[in-house]
Design a protein around this ligand. Structure first.
Ligand code: KG4
Ligand code: ZN
Length: 362
């Protein structure tokens, strides 16, 4: 294995242009430019607006990250980029930029999985992940329980949502309550003023005989919408804080219960929680209580590293270099539905970007 490698990571799968620089498991820079305000009036991310914003922000954000880290681009050991999953057009901007830098600097290129990056980022906070690690991945597009024995090559899905992702449910409930977009942070804030036990919202797939590690949040979302609708129709005020807190309680109850169960069933004593929803204060609190009780060590990155960022991509890229994984080839594509099991996209057919660059320059 190499010395702790210096890697720059580029993330453009959604509405954050993230550029991170890490040395091994040490975070040196985490520059993020967000287009979130450009999407707010549409109530969700508009793919073309996101792509254009990435194009504008890319080079300045890379420059900012290099400045903050105090390193030169020529010192890098590799360039990592999110190859998927995510918005196709948005991913293409990051992948193209990563290729341009890798080509110009003659550095190896690593196309990595966004979801594995959300797990690997915890190495920047708590050191190398134990093997195996159970990961609860909860974001705007995914909610899964994953068992990983090596974050660069082995991520095994145990269960996932059968309908909405957890973050999607937060965003939809926020819309119903008129709280704006994105919903997670504002529901989290609102819920602090409310009573999580005020309303008994349903817990999806929580009965005996239901799949143990799968999730369902669509019924909960509908139950919240119906409850709010009934109050409005009756001309009664909607207790927004109580609804937010009770909804949040239902989501976090199911997520933490199933995650702890997955750890116990599989004899795994470490639980990692990653993805945007891992920034949720109640989820973090409840997970800590339940893990303490079950004798499980909980690892959750600080909130800023849970939501999309470039450092997580750099963290996984650095791990790829450290473990001597093959770089991606120059024909690396973006895959909007890259499966979680494909931690990175190697270039089997055409050799590494290095070989390509040298050949082209001959
Ligand atoms: O991982 P992420 O930044 O992007 C995706 O890969 O999807 O996750 C975004 C999701 C959004 O649905 C957002 O509402 C949710 O994470 N989120 C939260 C919180 N912060 C962000 N959900 C609950 N509580 C939060 N504090
Ligand atoms: Zn994400």
């Amino acid at each position: 294995m190499a010395d702790e490698p210096l890697v720059l990571g580029i993330e453009t799968s959604c509405d954050e242009t993230g550029v991170g620089i890490v040395r091994g498991t040490t975070l040196l820079a985490d520059a993020v430019a967000s287009s979130v305000n450009d999407h707010a009036r549409f109530g969700g991310v508009v793919p073309e607006i996101a792509s254009r914003a990435h194009l504008e922000a890319m080079v300045p954000t890379i420059r900012r990250a290099l400045d903050t880290a105090g390193v030169r681009a020529s010192d890098l050991d590799g360039i990592a980029v999110t190859a998927g999953p995510g918005l196709a057009g948005a991913l293409l901007v990051g992948v193209s930029a990563a290729k341009a830098y890798a080509w110009a600097l003659d550095k190896p290129l690593y196309g990595v999985n966004h979801l594995a990056s959300h797990i690997c980022v915890d190495q920047l906070e708590h050191g190398r992940l134990p093997e195996p690690t159970m990961a609860l991945l909860v974001s705007g597009g995914h909610s899964s329980l994953l068992l990983s024995s090596d974050i660069t090559s082995d991520v095994r899905p145990l269960g996932a949502t059968i309908d909405d992702a957890a973050g999607e449910a937060f965003d939809k409930v926020a819309r119903v309550l008129g709280l704006g977009f994105p919903g997670g942070p504002v529901v989290d804030r609102m819920a602090r003023e409310g009573d999580g036990k005020a309303i008994a919202f349903p817990r999806g797939l929580n009965n005996a005989g239901d799949p143990a590690y799968d999730f369902s949040f669509s019924g909960l979302k509908t139950a919240v919408a119906r409850w709010v609708e009934a109050r409005r129709r009756a001309g009664e005020p909607v207790p927004v804080a109580d609804v937010a807190a009770s909804f949040q309680e239902a989501v976090t109850d199911v997520l933490t219960r199933k995650a702890v169960r997955a750890c116990k069933d599989n004899g795994v004593d470490h639980l990692m929680i990653g993805g945007g929803v891992a920034a949720n204060s109640r989820l973090r609190e409840m997970a800590q209580q339940r893990c303490d009780k079950a004798g499980i060590v909980l690892r959750v990155p600080r909130p800023g590293l849970c939501t999309d960022n470039g450092a997580m991509v750099a963290a996984l890229g650095a791990e790829m270099v450290w473990r001597d994984r093959a770089p991606s080839s120059f024909d690396l594509s973006a895959d909007s539905s890259l499966p979680v099991t494909e931690t990175h996209v190697p270039g089997a057919e055409h050799g590494s970007v290095h070989a390509h660059a040298h050949e082209a320059l001959k």
